[in-house]
Unconditional design. Structure first.
Lengths: 445, 190
């Protein structure tokens, strides 16, 4: 089994004195901002030259880092990355102010200039500055220290910084996706637990692949994953430490357990358990290992998901005659139906911002990924529809949703897609083979 | 024996024809008389025109009794099928399950794992719960037919174990099932 090299390798992110006093004062010019909800219609043109580099050992990394940042920002849909071949000014020192006129000429609104300093064989220093071309000022300047093999994460951290500075919201680029790697046709499908970076890089298997595994989810700590496995012949909830590879069966209940998810602070696990065919929702305190039953209805109750403040739970039940979404308090009281639209609603997931529920809905032979208001189920929006869409998962900032899509027929393959909350910017996540059941990690530390 | 009586009858007729008295004297042999038949006239066998039909033999040709294959053979199927989003048993399903329970009651050492399955027209987690429902419906019926519940384990595979890969009504109908998988004498399940 391959485990990713410890990512706790030090990343010193120092907001240090890279801010320069830019004497140019342009009071009439509003500072560059990117509208996160409407930015897609008019993506902000941004220039990202290859990072400056003075050592042959880091020549490739200086090009690759800029490429990763370009791809991150381009895929966000909020930015239009300008072709590096069109750049007029070739900076040789990022500590000098760029020639704004040169960048205005190619219509860039923002410029990212960076450099890599190889301090030793095992230590790089990465610096970047974000410039507002029309405002004529530096918006951000950060320095990171890391090991050379960790350059991708630094690139994602630079992307997150740029995103945050320009949109006002935290990014999601330095994060990972745990998912199910698939092979074989539908009647002979093999499924294997895997993990990759948010952009599809660094895919690695987390388990051998002998047993059926489904629905992995991250803990907020990003170190632990919960998933479902048939390792013992029946479905049971497992916990896996992805750093050490240590795994355990949660509780080892005599009944079938399913649909596990962590509480927002990671101290509890919520799941459903089937006794005598009837599935109900339970919550387990991971420290004391005490379990509390939250629903007692004789119908199917499954797919629970906590609100980000941990006080409420949204879940799936067919108590009303067909699968619909319900909310309840964290102790199981005050059950209210949330979904009232046409169709069958399943797999609710509470947004990290707290205001929305993402769901899967089947209607008229299609499966739709959508969102609705968490408080009252109102304002339903369908983001994407296909023969088989399911299992939404939120980006750490709640602006992007990933989901699984499976094709028709015996050879119908699974793939992972991302879409923005406004229903725009549908993109396939690059995976080395067929893939399903994505779960987004929180931002990495 | 039949041949022998006909033979005796023809001897009696010959005797009466030779008698002078008009009364017909019936010769009734109470005890069968054993006589040698004349040797058969051997004639060359005629060329067979039509192959004689094979003799129907009452010989069992199914799988060895007591095996998992035998269970499926005598029950008619090791699966029962469900309607869309349903877990109630049809009369057809009950007929199959009655035969399954008869077999299980006959082979008391066998244990059975009932796996609930769903078609692909549902999401993964809902289907796991629905599959558990289906498996349990089968277990409850088998128990009602006298099978000890301790011999029955239920599992759910949701939509993860389809037997038909196509995306059409016929395939979905096949994939909505509960599969009774018997294990006999330490044999592992296939």
């Amino acid at each position: 089994m391959l485990f990713r090299r410890s990512i706790s390798v030090y990343i010193l992110s120092l907001v240090i004195g890279l801010f320069m006093s830019v004497s140019m004062s342009m009071p009439a010019q509003a500072q560059l901002e990117v509208d996160i909800t409407r930015g897609h219609t008019n993506p902000t043109p941004i220039a990202i030259p290859d990072f400056l580099n003075a050592h042959p050992e880091t020549a490739q990394i200086s090009k690759d880092m800029a490429k990763v940042i370009r791809d991150d920002l381009e895929r966000s849909g909020l930015f239009a990355v300008l072709d590096p071949a069109s750049y007029i000014e070739k900076q040789t020192d990022i500590n000098y102010q760029p020639k704004f006129a040169d960048w205005r000429l190619i219509k860039a609104k923002a410029l990212v200039s960076g450099r890599i300093v190889r301090e030793s064989e095992n230590r790089l220093r990465v610096e970047f500055r974000l410039w507002d071309i029309y405002g004529g000022e530096q918006l951000d300047g950060l320095r990171f220290a890391t090991t050379p093999d960790n350059w991708r994460r630094i690139a994602h951290k630079v992307s997150d910084s740029i995103y945050k500075r320009l949109t006002g919201e935290s990014g999601y680029f330095d994060s990972r996706i745990v998912y199910i790697s698939e092979s074989g046709n539908k009647v002979n499908r093999k499924k294997r637990l895997a993990i990759m970076d948010q952009d599809g890089a660094n895919p690695q298997f987390l388990l051998g692949g002998a047993d059926l595994v489904l629905t992995p989810r991250f803990s907020p700590s990003t170190q632990t994953v919960t998933y479902l496995s048939w390792e013992t012949g029946r479905s049971q909830v497992y916990l896996l430490d992805i750093e050490t590879g240590r795994r355990e069966i949660l509780g080892n209940f005599p009944n079938l357990t399913m649909a596990p998810r962590f509480s927002p602070n990671g101290t509890k696990l919520i799941f459903s358990m089937s006794k005598g065919g009837n599935s109900d929702i339970y919550v387990m305190d991971l420290k004391s290992r005490s379990t509390q039953r939250l629903t007692t209805d004789p119908s199917i109750d499954t797919s629970p998901s906590f609100s980000p403040d941990g006080r409420k739970i949204v879940f799936n039940s067919d108590r009303g005659g067909s699968p619909q979404l319900y909310t309840m308090n964290a102790n199981g009281s005050n059950v209210k139906r949330l979904s009232f639209g046409d169709g069958r609603y399943t797999t609710p997931v509470w947004s990290p911002r707290g205001d929305l529920i993402a769901f899967t809905k089947s209607l008229n032979g299609q499966f739709h990924i959508g969102v609705m208001g968490a408080a009252d189920g109102k304002g339903e929006r369908i983001l994407d529809s296909s023969y088989m869409n399911e299992g939404p998962t939120w980006a750490p900032n709640g602006r992007v949703i990933l989901f699984s899509r499976e094709g028709r027929g015996a050879n119908g393959r699974s793939s992972i897609w991302s879409i923005d909350l406004n229903g725009q910017n549908l993109l396939k996540v690059p995976t080395s083979g067929a893939a399903s059941d994505p779960a987004w990690s929180p931002l990495l530390p | 024996m039949k041949t022998r009586y006909i033979l005796l009858g023809s001897i009696a007729l010959t005797l009466s024809a030779c008698a002078s008295t008009p009364e017909v004297e019936e010769v009734v042999e109470t005890e069968p008389v054993q006589q040698e038949l004349p040797p058969p006239v051997v004639e060359p066998a005629p060329e067979p025109v039509v192959q004689a039909p094979p003799v129907v033999q009452e010989v069992y040709t199914g799988p060895p009794p007591g095996t998992a294959e035998h269970f499926k053979y005598v029950s008619g199927d090791d699966r029962v099928y469900f309607g869309y989003d349903r877990y109630d048993l049809s009369s057809q399903a009950r007929d199959v399950l009655r035969k399954q329970s008869e077999w299980l009651n006959q082979y008391g050492q066998a244990i059975v794992v009932v796996g609930g399955n769903c078609d692909e027209r549902g999401t993964r987690e809902y289907n796991l719960a629905l599959g558990a429902r289906r498996a349990d419906a089968v277990k409850a019926f088998l128990v009602s037919q006298g099978v000890n519940p301790s011999r029955i384990t239920t599992v759910s595979y949701g939509k993860e174990r389809p037997i038909a890969g196509e995306s059409n009504e016929a395939a979905w109908a096949l994939n909505r099932n509960a599969h009774s998988s018997v294990m006999v004498g330490g044999n592992t399940r296939s």
